[in-house]
Ligand binder design. Structure first.
Ligand code: SF4
Ligand code: SF4
Length: 356
């Protein structure tokens, strides 16, 4: 006899409890989908059923008031069904076509941005930033706002050769999808952490602190009942700081961001790809980060000008070669582009040869 399902906080509930009835009915039997406008599309089932999607951007960190408003809209036009995509676009799932225009009209009145579907930029996935996370080396929300103010037309109307996924992560833990995005910003610490020996003795477990370091840079310091860091081996990842906060990695003067390009998740045409370094460093310049925003726009528009239709950013770079990518974008090739870090065991490429 099947046991009744118990409510726990372990793992998410089974997804199919939340599927709209039209999706349940046609599960696995969808024929095709079509982009209708930059912010709407339709999925057509073998049965002839149609499900319309309206996509709007979200700032990702949402107030409860905004979430309530979004839910009210879903109740009114979509029988309560909506979803958040992995990049935090909000998608209203409309099964009654006659409700599309009233929904779009109300979204316009309420100043939501409709767009992000098809060959353009979608919502920017990002992480917590200074507002919320202890490891942050930049302000993800502020950076995304500054960036999207500049790229807004690429969300609502303008077309690109293919979709372009943008991401921001506020440290190399990369809670945002920086490693698999077309153009992404990753914030970086650049200095070896400082150690407050007295507080380490009082608050940290030495074995777990040592074990937290991926490059084995941390050793015990028995004289001080603390630890020491081999500076040459440290890659400024901040793992030790998370386990033992008196090993402080923050440095407001030296923290900043790097830009990586060419990642993707999809396996259409070519295999999924990891992003690679394009620009090693910019200092944080809140509130508008003008140099970072200009650099992102330059990469996006160079790609728009030179890529073939349907080519993702990484596919375009692989076709023309990295040397030409640096030439076309005007980005200088620097010593930081050469991967010669030798302390990460077999997990990373360790050759000093940069392959164009
Ligand atoms: Fe925190 Fe780093 Fe994740 Fe940002 S990317 S939320 S700083 S762990
Ligand atoms: Fe090790 Fe990272 Fe801490 Fe450096 S910052 S000591 S690499 S855990």
């Amino acid at each position: 006899m099947a046991l009744p399902q118990r409510q726990t906080d372990i793992g998410p509930p089974k997804y199919d409890q939340f599927l709209p009835p039209i999706i349940k009915k046609n599960y696995g039997k969808w024929k095709y989908h079509e982009v209708l406008t930059p912010g709407t599309m339709v999925h057509v089932a073998e049965s002839g059923d149609k499900l319309y999607t309206v996509r709007v951007g979200s700032p990702r960190l949402l107030s409860t008031e905004t979430i309530r408003e979004i839910c009210d809209l879903a109740e009114k036009y979509c029988d309560g069904y909506l979803r958040f995509t992995t990049r935090n676009n909000v998608e209203f799932l409309v099964s009654d076509k006659s409700k599309m225009d009233p929904l779009l009209a109300e979204l316009k009145v309420k100043k939501y941005s409709v767009g992000g579907i098809g060959p353009r930029v979608s919502n920017v996935i990002h992480t917590q930033g200074w507002v919320h996370c202890h490891s942050a080396c930049t302000d993800a929300s502020g950076l995304v706002k500054a960036m999207m103010d500049e790229l807004y037309d690429y969300f609502t109307t303008k077309e690109l050769p293919n979709k372009v996924r943008l991401a921001v992560a506020c440290c190399v833990n990369m809670c945002g999808a920086v490693h698999c995005s077309d153009i992404a910003i990753v914030a970086v610490h650049r200095k070896v952490p400082t150690i407050n020996d007295e507080m380490v003795t009082k608050t940290c477990e030495i074995p777990t602190t040592i074990a937290s370091c991926p490059t084995s840079a941390i050793r015990p310091n028995p004289a001080k009942k603390s630890v020491t860091i081999n500076e040459e081996k440290c890659m400024y990842c901040g793992n030790c700081f998370t386990v033992c906060p008196p090993i402080d990695i923050h440095n407001p003067e030296e923290d900043g961001v790097a830009i990586v390009v060419g990642g993707k998740i999809g396996s259409l045409r070519t295999d999924p790809k990891f992003s690679k370094l394009a620009i090693p460093f910019f200092y944080n310049e809140p509130p508008r980060w003008p140099k970072v925003v200009a650099a992102i726009k330059n990469i996006l528009e160079t790609y728009a000008k030179h890529a073939k239709k349907h080519e993702r950013v990484g596919e375009w770079i692989e076709r023309i070669g990295w040397e030409r990518f640096f030439k076309l974008t005007g980005i200088p090739f620097t010593f930081q582009h050469i991967d010669d870090f030798t302390f990460a065991r077999d997990t990373f490429r360790t050759s000093a040869a940069f392959k164009y």
